[in-house]
Design a binder for this molecule. Structure first.
Ligand SMILES: [Zn+2]
Length: 152
């Protein structure tokens, strides 16, 4: 029965699974990946939540002028994050991306057009203005936070 449900979930989220898989390959290629084995939190989260998490160093991420504007993101079960600042900030970032993974399960094929487009537009607007103070206050970022109990 679980296998059947996994197949249904795969079909339901197929577009973001494909996009997430492609994105995670590029993420691993462009940046220096941190070995997940040193991050027990990542391994535990992957197992508990049935997601794949790719963590890259901030130094390698920021060293690419054009690519560094691609922030931590997720699509389906694939989560790509930059290890920034400290462990607490990192874990909050992972939790936020898990909120997007939850949205993916609810929105199905509408996830990329609705959640993905809105999130990318918010991100671009903040990068242009340089003002990130309201980034997590609007949809879909606030919804991803709410799903994981994140209070900013
Ligand atoms: Zn987000």
């Amino acid at each position: 029965m679980k296998k059947f449900l996994n197949i249904i979930l795969l079909i339901w989220q197929a577009p973001q699974y494909l996009a997430g898989y492609a994105s995670s390959r590029a993420w691993k290629t462009w940046f220096e990946k941190i070995d997940n084995s040193v991050l027990s939190f990542v391994q535990k989260t992957e197992k508990e939540r049935d997601v794949k998490i790719y963590v890259v160093t901030k130094e390698s991420h920021d060293s690419r002028p054009l690519l560094r504007h691609i922030a931590s993101h997720s699509s389906g079960k694939y989560i790509c994050v930059v290890f920034e600042k400290d462990q607490k900030t990192f874990e909050t970032c992972i939790a936020h991306e898990l909120g997007h993974a939850s949205q993916s399960k609810d929105w199905g094929w509408l996830y990329l057009p609705v959640i993905g487009t809105a999130s990318v537009c918010r991100n671009i607007r903040c990068q242009i203005t340089g003002d990130w103070s309201n980034y997590f206050k609007g949809f879909p970022e606030n919804d991803a936070d709410r799903r994981m109990g994140i209070v900013r």
